[in-house]
Design a protein. Sequence first.
Lengths: 202, 375
Amino acid sequence: MNNAVMVYRRLSRLVFLLSLLLLQSCGGGSEKTEPSAVTLAESSFATVGVKNFRQLEGSLRAVLGVSAMDDEIRGILKRLPIDGKADKVSSSSLLATVQLVGAYCERFIALEVRAKSNARRVHGKVDFFSPASKFSAAARQSVVENYAQAFWQRMPSEAEKSELLALMTDIESQSEQPKKKLWEMLMGVCSATGSSVEFIRI
Amino acid sequence: MKLTSVFTVLLFSVFSGSVGAREPEEIAGRLFLKLTGTPLTLNDSRRQNMIDLVKVGNLKEAARIATADNSFYNLTIRHWGAPLTNRAESPAIGLNDATAMIIGLTRDQKDFREILSGNFTYASEEVALTPYSDQHYMQISDLNLAEVLTRVEPQNADLSEAAGILTSRAWGEAHLQAGTNRRAVEFTFRQFLCNPLQNMRDGTIPDTRVHRDVDRSPGGNSQTYLTTCRTCHAGMDALVGAYAHYRFDFTGPFSSGVIQTSKVQRKYNQNGEVYPEGYVTTDDSWTNLFTENQNKQLQWRGQLTGKGIKEFGRMIADSGAFSKCMVKRTYSQICHRDLEASEAAVLDGLANHFEQGGYKLRELFEQVAVHPTCL
């Protein structure tokens, strides 16, 4: 496993640990110290849960248009949350979520590579056969916006967009395999948006 | 750029960006997500329709669009139904005939009380039906169940009396295998009245129907029987006659299923030497003695005695507790929390609506999803 892959996997894990804290705080009873947690708990949402193993897999299928059920996916599904109650979420299930999203992203990007550019869901402006250095700013922006719209059903805010673009730059600078650099950058954005709280909550 | 802060900011901004004023777009998206478990994508042609309905306050019709989606059946109803069909009460099990029945009844908008008394099953015509193995359902498990399941009658040509899930292969494997069939009664209460037997214990019930295999003086102490054993067995043994003609057994080297006989199963009168004066089962009659004290709240309606599994299933399904149980289960799954004791009015209202609407499970899900305490 190269450095870039390790970077985004490690960071995805961090996202989920933070997610867990937030979900627990909105479940009631815990001391609210983070402004964002207060906002969530006091929002108009009566209940917050996370997608169970069926919903997460079904959502990835719906959003990415990939049917990837195989032994690897079945193995991961066994470690995902069985029900959607936030207090049932465990570190193990969160890590499995990241793995599942990664597995779907991998298959999705492979599918996009084979598709004509006008038939692609997310990577219409990406030239998969050029090096990452030719990955233009406009194409990067389009990838970020398309992934946000696919997973979150909305455009990313300016702050989110800039963070995701920065993530791509970081992976680009840390990747040690030039031929895989572009792939890793796309995997990074796909995994980050797909394993965000906004996508896994219900 | 510090990657850690990148993700932290991203995470928080994702949250703060989603909790503002509740726009129709957001409500439509949440309704769809709650009911189908999948997002309503931006390019989905149903999206604008749902938003327009939300704008004019017609949440129920908006919910109806969501429940027409295949994922409502393939993900939501399958997940809701699976725990009712296995002893571990787990949703993470393979597809079986009982879960297929639940999906099918919901999709076809049948009276859901049929689940405890109907002579039917659901299967796919694409694969040969195998009533004495799980093979059929294992093969169709990953298919689009919302489309491939078709209703099949009778449930099993070898059964002269079928009662929905109660005579399904899955239920039989879970509760009619070996033992005394008492577990089948216990789990009928547990799954369809949301009432563990423990909550139904009643020391005032006469013990005239307690079977011979129950020791009246366990450990030499008759008080143990009177204060503990009897409180459950008096009512439970009076009902277990409903299952007297059924067992789950192996019909061949690789096949097994529910077997119905014209006579009482031998296991009903086994261990008769424990208390020879106890009740001897001679037919499949039953009587409901769980009717007084705390059990009044189960709201029994109609006949409280009968013969066979079908009449037993009807009695359970006609009770007020059945409707409330279906509401509780639905609310818990869709709203991600259990209804609290202080929300009795919500429970009663949803249960009444379920009954008055003809016990349509699909409508119950819609009603719960748009309820102000859940949305």
